[in-house]
Design a protein around this ligand. Structure first.
Ligand code: SAH
Length: 251
């Protein structure tokens, strides 16, 4: 029995149309798929009758599958000589633990390769007609997480002064705290903010708002995870915002 191989595959933010041609080809060739919770069900529909699909996600009321268990599962399948796709929402290397998993498997002699995916924060541009960079107002863009487990926080002050567009992942868990942190860091209350839920999925929703009333606007609009919080002048420039009526039908 030959050695298997693990592919870290980015599935993009939503429906299967976001897959790259390479991701689709690698998925078709892999015998085992380990699926993260953010991967859209339309991607799962591409599995063949022989594909073993293992869901290792955290949503749907299930407890989180411990990362150590997922790692051991990948190792076991690879040592059985199987080709394994570790399928992640967006890009595996943007808040996706792709680097950690690659290193852990490589240390154990497993061959690893990866396929880039469209990160949710970068899909925003096309999905909403929103310029993430702008020649006058945003010289760059920072992808930042609001969720930390080790007690440290992003350097919001430096980010507030950077004049970069902030695309904040995992900010919905405590949106009031995020608002307070951004204001404490010096961003004025009239700073444009856009919250985009389920970018690229069925029933996406998005709202433009301002920082000073961010938490209240999110609550009133009923916006929930998974969503991105875009902060900066460009947040006021989305050409296409989600329409509430249509969204409710899809929800
Ligand atoms: N690797 C992923 C990010 C995983 S972290 C990527 O590159 O996109 C999970 C966070 O990503 C969520 O809390 C949310 O902030 C964001 N996210 C993922 N998919 C999303 C989607 N379809 N719409 C909006 N936000 C999304």
């Amino acid at each position: 029995m030959g050695q298997g191989k693990v592919w870290l595959v980015g599935a993009g933010p939503g429906d299967a149309e976001w897959l790259t041609l390479k991701a689709a080809r690698v998925l078709a060739a892999c015998e085992v798929w380990l699926i993260d919770d953010l991967v859209d069900k339309s991607v799962l529909e591409l599995a063949g009758p022989q594909t073993r699909v293992v869901r290792v996600g955290k949503r749907g009321g299930c407890k989180s599958t411990p990362q150590a268990f997922i790692l051991r599962l990948m190792l076991r399948y690879a040592r059985q000589g199987r080709s394994v796709a570790r399928v992640k929402g967006g890009d595996p290397f943007v808040f996706g633990r792709g680097g950690e998993e690659w290193a852990w498997l490589a240390e154990r002699g497993v061959e690893v390769d990866a396929v880039a995916g469209v990160s949710a924060g970068l899909a925003l541009g096309a999905a909403l007609g929103l310029p993430l960079t702008h020649r006058q107002t945003a010289r760059g863009v920072a992808l930042v997480t609001a969720h930390t487990t080790d007690g440290t926080r992003p350097n919001w002050q430096a980010l507030a002064q950077s004049a970069l567009t902030l695309v904040i992942y995992m900010g919905m868990q405590d949106i009031a705290a995020l608002q307070a942190e951004l204001q404490d860091a010096g961003l004025p209350e009239h700073t444009p903010v856009l919250v985009a839920e389920r970018v690229g999925c069925a029933g996406p929703r998005s709202r433009a708002m301002v920082l000073g009333t961010l938490a209240r606007s999110v609550r009133e609009a009923g916006l929930a995870s998974p969503a991105l919080v875009v902060v900066g002048e460009v947040a006021a420039l989305a050409a296409r915002l989600g329409q509430a009526a249509a969204d409710r039908r899809c929800a």
